[in-house]
Design a protein around this ligand. Structure first.
Ligand code: GTP
Length: 361
């Protein structure tokens, strides 16, 4: 494969349990993030680094990925899909995707997690990989509290010396950021047909057998969108331009309104909120740093802070929610003040006797 034609595998097979109930109807990598499925931001970044062919390693709700992106031609990419009937873990998923790779044994292959938002320089990570003729090159970020993660020490030449599990006394503040460059032949050497974790098995195995595993340390914007709080933060950061994304479907600003969305005069909408297609916010409502999926409604005087409203969810007049996740079509009746961090399952109707919207009057 010519040098400029790069391939990437995207790991998108996880169940996204920490983001339930949003992930009951769609897998995490397809959740609308700053107005487009999250993967669109990943695709745009990969394409900017020269990736032309993508293999999506799917399992949970696999059919939804092909329905969303087809063969990729509308996005200027070539996209293939592999399926794991039983999820094979990160390493097993990468190995399973190898059957559709076109690269030769010595070519680099980029691996991206389907839920990490990163502003690092993928081209520079590839350069480190090529220069060192490494088996694998990992993107590492430095975090203030490495005890919450496994840590990844490197030597003076940037070579990874160990892959350590979570410990109260980490030896370094460098952690695995979830974006790898693998030499193709190293992917083919991962055992096929069984569950494999790259973090627990592949990387420690490569280091133990003396192969070159490089760390590319760059602490750019980096966020793992695994939790509801991180999901709303990632989306609002993209809308506000804290991380530039060519996939953002509108100008950077205090909020993003998709086609058919309406924000009444006298409503306050800011903090990088996304107002989904045909979603509606009434006068006097305050919506800060939130994600409103298509068709969601916020009534007059209601307050929505750092929350996600699923498709068609309704927050009636005067209700207050904070860091909440409201499932698709759920309804929060007028004047309800929900405890912080509440998750409401799809179609639940809280206090349905008093659901007022001034636009219904
Ligand atoms: P939680 O259940 O909330 O932990 O989320 P998750 O299932 O997505 O797991 P995690 O956040 O650890 O996964 C990181 C990335 O790897 C995500 O993009 C997942 O979609 C993906 N992933 C996790 N497990 C598998 C797997 O078994 N197969 C494949 N193909 N991808 C996986």
């Amino acid at each position: 494969m010519p040098r400029e034609e790069l391939e990437a595998i995207l790991l998108v097979g996880g169940k996204g349990t920490r983001l339930r109930p949003l992930t009951l109807s769609a897998p995490k990598p397809l959740l609308p993030t700053a107005g487009v499925p999250f993967l669109r931001h990943q695709f745009a970044r990969a394409a900017a680094a020269g990736v032309t062919h993508l293999v999506l390693a799917t399992s949970y709700r696999a059919e939804m990925f092909r329905a969303a992106f087809g063969d990729g031609s509308a996005l200027g990419l070539s996209i293939d899909y592999v399926y794991e009937e039983v999820a094979l873990g990160t390493g097993g998923g990468i190995r399973n995707a190898a059957s559709l790779l076109r690269s030769g044994p010595d070519d680099p292959v980029v691996i991206l997690n389907g839920d990490v938002l990163s502003g690092h320089d993928l081209g520079a990570q590839l350069d480190v990989h090529r220069k060192a003729e490494a088996a694998v090159t990992l993107h590492l970020v430095e975090v203030p509290d490495p005890a919450a993660f496994g840590c990844v020490p490197t030597d003076a030449a940037g070579r990874v010396t160990a892959f350590l599990e979570k410990t109260p006394h980490p030896v370094t503040n460098q952690i695995n950021a979830g974006c790898y460059v693998f030499t193709r032949s190293v992917i083919d050497a991962i055992p096929a047909g069984r569950v494999v974790s790259v973090e627990r098995e592949t990387f420690p195995g490569l280091i133990g057998s003396g192969q070159t595993v490089m760390g590319y340390v760059e602490t750019a914007y980096w966020l793992d969108l695994g939790t509801p709080a991180a999901f709303v933060q990632g989306s609002s950061d993209l809308v506000q331009g804290k991380l530039a994304s060519p996939a953002l479907p509108g100008p950077v600003g205090p909020y993003l309104a998709l086609p058919g969305a309406t924000v009444a005069d006298g409503a306050t909408v800011d903090g990088g909120t996304t107002v989904g297609a045909r979603a509606h916010i009434e006068a006097g409502a305050e919506v800060h740093g939130s994600v409103l999926f298509d068709g969601a409604r916020v009534g007059a005087g209601a307050v929505v802070r750092d929350s996600v409203l699923g498709a068609g969810a309704q927050i009636a007049e005067g209700a207050v929610i904070d860091t909440a996740v409201i499932g698709d079509r759920a309804v929060i009746g007028s004047g309800n003040e929900l405890a912080k961090g509440v998750r409401v399952w799809p179609d639940v109707r809280l206090d349905p006797t008093s659901i007022r919207f001034s636009s219904d009057a």
